[in-house]
Ligand binder design. Structure first.
Ligand SMILES: [Zn+2]
Length: 185
């Protein structure tokens, strides 16, 4: 269900990053700093039903999201995690209210900090930081990044909405009808 391997560029910390996953609730990474320094990679699936903070947006909780987590260090030797998540979420279109499949694609690079996260509030290009402890809860991180990536309003692409329900049509047309009536008076 989940895989864990290290690539060739590990810098001697490999022994510290073994034993990453449990199989049930909550994949974990022990020593996330070591995971980043050794450029480790892990991947797995998380059932959508376990992503509880998404539940109020979801029409169905079937299926799973697939994630790939890669460690690395940037040009300033700062450790980071690259998290990619893909999956299909079943949401409701905010315009036509029909159920729709939303292709989820998350690709986040997160700098790791063991203490307070550096604040670059004035710099819009500043990297995202997360504070990590000795164990990283992968489910929580995946859930965080999905929640952050979801737009507030999800709609079909232009022209792909189903016919709008009568109530919505009536409500939307009403102000214009009233206006044209008023103009003709
Ligand atoms: Zn729609």
């Amino acid at each position: 269900m989940s895989e864990h391997h290290k690539d060739q560029s590990n810098c001697g910390l490999a022994d510290q990053v073994e034993g990453v996953f449990g199989s049930g609730l909550g994949h974990q990474i022990e020593d996330p700093m070591g995971f980043a320094h050794s450029a480790s990679v892990s991947s797995g699936q998380i059932p959508i039903s376990q992503l509880v903070r998404l539940s109020d947006r979801l029409v169905e909780q079937a299926g799973a999201v697939t994630y790939v987590l890669k460690g690395g260090c940037d040009s300033r030797a700062r450790p980071f995690l690259n998290l990619q998540v893909v999956g299909d979420l079943i949401l409701r279109c905010d315009f036509c209210l029909a159920v729709m499949s939303y292709p989820l694609i998350v690709d986040s690079q997160l700098m790791l900090s063991q203490g307070a996260v550096p604040e670059d509030l004035d710099d819009p290009d500043a990297p995202d930081w997360i504070e990590v402890e000795s164990v990283l809860a992968v489910n929580d991180l995946v859930e965080d990044e999905i929640v952050l990536s979801l737009p507030l309003s999800v709609r079909h692409k232009a022209g792909l909405c189903s016919e709008r329900p009568e109530a919505v049509v009536a409500e939307r047309d009403h102000p214009m009808a009233a206006l044209s009536k008023w103009l003709k008076q």
